[in-house]
Design a protein around this ligand. Structure first.
Ligand SMILES: *Cc1c(COP(=O)(O)O)cnc(C)c1O
Length: 381
């Protein structure tokens, strides 16, 4: 690692968050850990492994690729793909023991045929749309579909779910969705159609809507210690920290400018550090002239535009900071802290985007793995 840029992933914080989530649920409520997009940038396999050792019930992934990666790394737990799969890939579903999301009858029939040929029964979860407008059948149109599904012999309709678009900003609409979902399940129950799992709670559902828990929940963001809103009551610890180093120091005279577009012009002499991170690493260009870093014992402001692989930091009259000094972009040291939520605010985006877009080229260093995890790694060739 010659370029000083890395991500530290604190697996103890992950365990603590998972345990805090579990404690906040009724004892019989299971957990689907949402680990799509490389576990929101934290790294799919190490995160999944740590959660496996905590007996997570199921993994929620976004693609067949992620499911395959888990299977090829030896994971045996159920894997729910929470996206839609193209019909031409139905054979991969039984092959990798994937639990797909189903919202289309012709897809379901194709899957049924593929499973019947193998003489197996494939578990599926049905997705109904109660207001997200993304995947799933609109709930009013879903009754007939579900009755038909129940006739397919090689498909086991194990779960039914829906998703919240605005649980942070619109509790009325969210409660309306929970209500619809409840009624939908009840109406089917009266017809003798039941499901092993009912779910709708994402992180906000877990944290703020206890009546949305049903018997399984799908948290993502809060696993990683990031709050989806300011009113998240759970006690969470950030898992990810983004670190770089000062690679150059120079004096800037009054009137000199820094970086592209010359958007920063020094109004007095200052010391300036060049730091090895840029927008190609996933550190947003929108942070130009608008972010804090931690170097040594203090916060220092980023100045000028973010470049492809550099940013510049105003050290003011500080002369103690030298080349090779560590720079924290996200993380904590000696009581100083920069959270992904803050970085998202500065960049006018959401913390989901900040962590999930951190380049996969950046090495991830895993700290505080559990004993079981370490023992497991020791037995690997
Ligand atoms: C991403 C996702 C989740 C997890 O959402 P968080 O807000 O990160 O908890 C849950 N369900 C579905 C369908 C998702 O796409």
């Amino acid at each position: 690692m010659f370029r000083p840029l890395w991500i530290e992933v604190d697996l103890k914080a992950l365990r603590d968050n998972f345990n805090a989530i579990r404690k906040s649920l009724r004892p019989n409520v299971k957990i689907i850990a949402t680990i799509k997009q490389q576990a929101y940038g934290h790294g799919l396999i190490p995160v999944a492994r740590e959660l496996s050792f905590l007996n997570v019930d199921c993994f929620g992934v976004g693609s067949i690729e992620e499911a395959v990666m888990l299977r090829e790394n030896g994971f045996k737990r159920p894997i729910l793909t929470i996206s839609a799969i193209l019909p031409e890939y139905v054979n991969e579903i039984p092959r990798y023991k994937i639990t797909p999301t189903i919202a289309d009858l012709s897809f379901a029939k194709k899957l049924n045929n593929a499973a019947a040929k193998l003489n197996i029964k494939v578990p599926v979860h049905v997705k109904i749309d109660t207001g997200m407008g993304r995947l799933g059948l609109y709930y009013k149109e879903a009754y007939g579909f579900i009755r038909e599904l129940k006739h397919l012999k090689a498909v086991n309709v194990e779960g039914i779910y829906t998703h919240f678009p605005s649980a942070d900003t619109d509790p009325d609409f969210t409660n309306f969705q929970i209500n619809i979902f409840n009624k939908f399940i009840l109406r089917l129950k009266r017809e003798g159609i039941t499901f092993k799992y009912h779910h709708c709670a994402n992180s906000l559902g877990v944290a703020n809507y206890p009546h949305s828990h049903f018997n399984i929940v799908r948290p993502g963001l809060i696993l990683y210690g990031i709050k989806p809103s300011n009113e998240t009551p759970l006690d969470l610890k950030p898992v990810l920290s983004l670190r770089s180093k000062v690679i150059f120091i120079k004096k800037i005279k009054k009137g000199m400018s820094v970086s592209y577009g010359r958007t920063f012009v020094a109004d007095k002499p200052l010391n300036m550090a060049t730091v090895s991170i840029g927008y190609a690493d996933g550190y947003p260009w929108a942070l130009s002239n608008n972010a804090k870093t931690i170097i040594g014992e203090n916060f220092f402001n980023l100045v000028g535009r973010v470049c492809m692989d550099h940013v510049m930091v105003n050290l003011g009259n500080n002369r103690d900071i030298k080349v090779a000094e560590e720079v924290i972009l996200i993380g904590e040291r000696n009581g100083l802290m920069i959270t992904a939520e803050e970085v998202a605010n500065w960049a006018k985006t959401i913390p989901y985007e900040i962590v999930s877009r951190l380049s996969l080229k950046i090495p991830r260093l895993y700290k505080n793995a559990s004993e079981k995890h370490l023992d497991f790694l020791k037995t690997q060739p």
